[in-house]
Write a protein that binds this ligand. Structure first.
Ligand SMILES: Cc1ncc(C[n+]2csc(CCOP(=O)(O)OP(=O)(O)O)c2C)c(N)n1
Ligand code: SF4
Length: 450
């Protein structure tokens, strides 16, 4: 296999119109890769929509991804972020995008430049949308005739490199597709360890040349008229790449204080069948943490448990809800069509249970423990009102409700709670034990009275 065969297939039939600048770029990209001698599998050619996006199949030995319009830079950025975090590293995404795609996905370019991810963007600027019939793009020069500006464009064009400079890009280059230096510039850009962009000024021969009497020789004049510098542009800043920053952060970051796994006790739980519990209350009143504690307690005695939380987008206001499954067997489905137990400790929680259909889904045998301040009128099920908020205080009402239910259905031995609470700071553990105590007492009283 010749080296060229590793990049542009020697039998490749280029799909572009005769004289299209894209053909020149494809050949010069192949030359640049050949010079760099990069392993083909270390490159991901990430192409955009448009004629520019037809390049994938010409490079059979590279990884290729053909993406949605304007999003090629975002795909490449994602790959570069993942590559920086993985071992071994060494994937180089190269984006091939048109001026149309660059406009549609402009912020992806800005973002890639800000992040300084190791990607190279080859921005094929033929001043128009080629594939769809030669419409104007935000990079069309003044007076440029396009399908949508038949009398010539009167909107000043965007200088994409100037824009990316303000996004802190550190490698910016502009070349003509016809330039003998193009392969060198592309190679330099690929070699650059951070974000690099090469704007390639070229012509769409299907529309641009015809409507503007332009030829390859006119490119310099067009660039001059817009004040566009050609070549690798000066950038005054040196700054770390995303890869450098990531490595640095990995080295300095303090290990996250994760809760240790819950210890597994010798005791087993008295649970034969799966039980599904919905716990509902008010945000900020430790509803979801009480549910997590129940799950940990269940794990300590060999049960399986799952927890799904819900709250409004506001996080700190409104309802707070947890759906908990406990089971002696692995839990494959965590849905909650008809809960076995409903624990509602505040008005907000109860209203949400009505709104989300939980109350309507209760059956005859569903147990409902609700705070006595709530006016609960479920269509079915057995409602047990308990003064949870008053006796345990609102922040402990959820845990007290769990304890009250378990006092009536002793699924977990008391030592399961000790195991679940073992990792908590002493003060928090004492609060939780107090809540459990109140719940047991209230639950015990309702057993006696029934
Ligand atoms: C989101 C979205 N918008 C519009 C289109 C239609 N579309 C297909 S190709 C194209 C023009 C591409 O122009 P450019 O990116 O400059 O590439 P060229 O064809 O010139 O190589 C457009 C607008 C699309 N496919 N997807
Ligand atoms: S339509 Fe224009 S951009 Fe597309 S291949 Fe033909 S010349 Fe190139």
């Amino acid at each position: 296999m010749t080296t060229e065969a590793l990049y542009l297939s020697p039998t490749a039939k280029l799909p572009y119109c005769r004289g299209c600048g894209h053909s020149l770029v494809v050949r010069q990209l192949s030359n640049a890769l050949e010079r760099l001698g990069l392993p083909p599998r270390s490159i991901v050619l990430t192409t955009d929509i448009g004629c520019v996006g037809l390049a994938d199949s010409l490079f059979p030995y590279l990884h290729t991804v053909h993406t949605t319009h304007g999003r090629s830079t975002a795909f490449a950025t994602g790959m570069a972020l993942a590559d920086a975090a993985m071992e071994p590293q060494g994937l180089k995404p190269i984006v091939m995008i048109g001026d149309g795609g660059a406009m549609i996905g402009l912020l992806h370019l800005v973002h890639a430049a800000q992040l300084n991810v190791d990607i190279t963007v080859l921005l094929h600027n033929n001043f128009m949308f080629g594939m769809t019939g030669g419409q104007h793009s935000a990079l069309s020069p003044l007076n440029w005739v396009t399908a949508t500006t038949p009398d010539g464009n009167s909107i000043p064009p965007l200088d994409i490199l100037a824009l990316l400079r303000t996004a802190h890009a550190t490698f910016l280059a502009r070349q003509f597709a016809t330039s003998p230096d193009l392969a060198t510039t592309i190679a330099d850009a690929i070699n650059y360890p951070g974000f690099s962009v090469v704007e390639i000024v070229e012509l769409c021969t299907a529309y641009g040349t015809r409507w503007n009497q332009a030829t390859g020789a006119s490119l310099k004049e067009i660039a001059d008229r817009q004040g566009y510098a050609i070549g690798e542009l000066e950038t005054e800043i040196e700054r770390p790449t995303f890869r450098d920053l990531y490595r640095h952060e990995q080295n300095v970051r303090k290990p996250k204080r994760a809760k240790p796994p819950v210890p597994r006790l010798n005791t087993t739980a008295q649970l034969k069948n799966e039980v599904r519990v919905v716990l509902a209350g008010t945000a900020g009143e430790r509803v979801q943490s009480a549910a997590a504690l129940l799950c940990r307690a269940a794990l300590s005695v060999g049960l399986y448990s799952t927890q799904k939380n819900d709250n409004p987008v506001t996080q700190g206001s409104g309802f707070s809800l947890s759906e908990i499954c406990l089971s002696p067997k692995p839990i494959d489905y965590t849905g909650m069509e008809c809960p076995d137990v409903v624990l509602a400790v505040s008005d907000e929680g109860w209203k949400e249970l009505q709104a989300n259909g939980t109350v309507a889904a209760c059956r005859e045998e569903t147990l409902l423990f609700v705070d006595s301040q709530i006016e609960a009128h479920p269509p079915m099920g057995c409602v047990v009102p308990l003064p949870l908020r008053r006796e345990a205080n609102p922040k402990r009402a959820a845990l007290a409700a769990i304890a009250a239910w378990l006092e009536n259905n002793p699924l977990l031995p008391p030592e399961a709670w000790d195991a679940a609470l073992a990792a908590d700071p002493a003060e928090r553990r004492a609060e939780s034990l107090a809540a459990l105590e109140v719940g047991r007492r209230l639950g015990g009283e309702c057993v006696k009275s029934s």
